[in-house]
Write a protein that binds this ligand. Structure first.
Ligand code: AHG
Ligand code: MN
Ligand code: MN
Length: 336
């Protein structure tokens, strides 16, 4: 079998398909390189002093882990000098990060969740990185200027690329630039990502759901109805048994769904009134990746990629995965 590296995959999308330009190719390669560095750090674990808290809180008031801070620094350092970005935004930074004045600016905006699944770091369960790329709107003078939050607030349908890495038994990178969803596995000896899962397709039907069941008493009625029907199994309304998985790292739960189908939900509830996950750097990139693999993603009422964001760190309800199940949950919301 021919080994197709990430570099070759991207060159072909630039040269043969003209789907991306050289700046976007550099951007994706740079993010992938940063993910390799994060993967190395994650792999050192306690021996490298990687575990535990950083002793600080992020903008959402969540205690930061050392790896949250380190991963954020790695992504910033890797991306700010390339001349292809107008600004960056991260879960770990309240405001957009400007490009330092001694570097040139480019046409793209990069958003990321540097370390997804932070509660799994110290317990040696898979974690990851999620990223999303938008174009920066230009001002009247034809330049990108100094982009602030406003420039980032574009619906997910405007993304030009999205991806995520999972640091698990293997390190994988999943990517879309709008022509399908493709998976790469890190060859650790060579240090390169190899295309191992081309054109991923999610089965339209599934008998596996992922949700944090400890929140059940707090859910909205349509979500309760859907899960109760799954739990009722063969003799219930659905007439089949369902299995459940919940890794508590969205990257791993989504990767499983890309591999064998399933439905993932983090609904609104009495505690997380707007939802728990973040629209701009968790829900939107995953929605783009899932749709490109034939799945669907909604907040219950609206297709995720059609939602107009109102804040950089806005939270949202997420239902994603196998199309027919996601549509069923949306129907239950519409009927309620
Ligand atoms: P992060 O570590 O970036 O804050 O995100 C964690 C998210 C997501 O990955 C996961 O699906 C969810 O939080 C888990 O939430 P619970 O702990 O409520 O299960
Ligand atoms: Mn996250
Ligand atoms: Mn995170």
């Amino acid at each position: 079998m021919k080994r197709i590296t990430l570099t070759r995959f991207l060159i072909e999308r630039q040269r043969d398909k003209q789907l991306i330009n050289a700046d976007l190719r550099l951007l994706i390669e740079t993010v992938a390189r940063a993910c390799k560095a994060i993967s190395n750090a994650v792999g050192k674990g306690a021996v490298g002093g990687m575990l535990g808290g950083a002793g600080t809180d992020n903008v959402q008031g969540e205690a930061q882990k050392k790896l949250d801070v380190l991963s954020n620094d790695i992504l910033l350092d890797a991306n700010e000098w390339g001349g292809n970005l107008a600004a960056l935004a991260s879960e770990e930074m309240e405001d957009p990060h400007p490009i330092p004045t001694h570097f040139p600016k480019g046409e793209y905006l990069l958003l990321f969740d540097p370390l997804d699944g932070s509660s799994n770091i110290d317990v040696n369960v898979s974690i990851g990185t999620i990223f999303s790329v938008l174009r920066c709107p230009k001002g009247a003078d034809g330049t990108v200027g100094d982009p602030g939050e406003k420039e980032f607030l574009q619906p997910g349908s405007k993304q030009v690329a999205a991806g995520f890495a999972v640091y698990g038994p293997t390190t994988v990178l999943v990517l879309t630039v709008g022509d399908g969803t493709h998976g790469f596995t890190l060859d650790r000896e060579m240090g390169s990502f190899i295309l191992t899962h081309p054109d991923i397709r999610i089965p339209e039907d599934t008998a596996e759901f992922a949700i944090n069941m400890s929140n059940m008493r707090r859910w909205e009625t349509p979500v309760k109805r859907y899960i109760e029907e799954c739990l009722a199994g063969k003799t219930g309304a659905r007439g089949k048994d369902f299995n459940m998985r919940w890794v508590a790292s969205m990257v791993s739960d989504v990767y499983r769904i890309l591999t064998r189908g399933g439905i993932f939900m983090y609904p609104r509830d009495d505690k997380n009134k707007a939802g728990r996950l973040r629209l701009m750097y968790e829900a939107n990139p995953m929605a783009f990746i899932i749709e490109q693999a034939g799945g669907a993603c909604t907040d219950g009422a609206t297709r995720m990629l059609d939602i107009q964001p109102t804040g950089l760190h806005q939270r949202i309800a997420v239902v994603l995965g196998s199309k027919n199940e996601v549509e069923r949950v949306a129907q239950y919301h519409a009927q309620a």
